[in-house]
Design a protein around this ligand. Sequence first.
Ligand code: SAM
Length: 314
Amino acid sequence: MILRTGQFTFPTPPAQLFGREAPLMLEIGFGDGGFLTDWAARHPDWNVLGVEISPGSMRRAFGRVRRAGLTNVRLYLGQARFLVRNVLPLRSLSLVYVNFPDPWPKKRHQERRLLQAPFFELLSTRLADGGALRLTTDDAPYFSFALEEAEKTGLYRIEVTEPPPETLQTKYARKWQAQQKPIYHAVFTKQAEASDPFPPSIERYDVMHHALLEGTLPALERFEKLVHAFRGGHVIVLEAYRTLDGTGLLFLVRIEEEDLTQEVLVEARPKDGKVLVRVLPFGLPLSTRGTREAIRCLTEWLETQGMRLAEAFF
Ligand SMILES: C[S@@+](CC[C@H](N)C(=O)[O-])C[C@H]1O[C@@H](n2cnc3c(N)ncnc32)[C@H](O)[C@@H]1O
């Protein structure tokens, strides 16, 4: 039920993720998963995909969907924009729900809002003909902002209506209703498509990069966080550990590129007289420019520790 970044091709046919062809609904920011679970149970003929950036919400929603015994749901922990742009094929979405998105009220944070003109343009290419996004929010400024941003693109028919009863049942809907706050709803139906097809923004490789070094791995008496910037992102090596058998090192690495963040484990371990530095398959990471740069960063660090590069596959 949980999708891993490394299993995606760009794009990925949804039938491959769900094991069947069916209309596709996407919920962005599913929170505790209550809405998604109820919706999927009431629409067994739909494939239901949820995307959420909070690991805690992902855990709660996963438990809920599992307890409900649903087989038509897939969940992805990550950024909505990454999924829509890189993974979802052209015209693959029939319906998108955004319930109570983070409003980012401060002027200097407005660029973090999801529903901006560039996102509406991108979405117009991923929505099927007649497909729609349904927005429900308690935040009047964000609501007007989203309407204006969609209007600007000229790609949608916009209807402001009463919220459908099911979107008034989400955790945040109940919280705001308890405080007597008004709730706003709009349906953005695709009328035309942006001319840019928005090709994938992330470079993806079929092989994982690695390196072979000569010499002895450092003792690791003290390790300080490493930061390595590259065009389009950066790599942060957060921690280093010695493996239990004492022969190798493990590094916890965070890689941020575009709308994709991956936390991966990189191993440096003796192999056939040399030391192999590679990304472990743990968590099924995606091979990208960022994972390649992680290998480069650690290889360069090991060189500063007295090791020599024998062969580079990065
Ligand atoms: C205010 S909560 C609403 C949760 C839920 N929809 C509800 O109504 O109870 C907003 C949710 O959107 C998630 N979120 C924010 N930005 C996101 C993004 N770019 N991609 C996916 N999820 C996101 C947050 O982690 C949070 O769970």
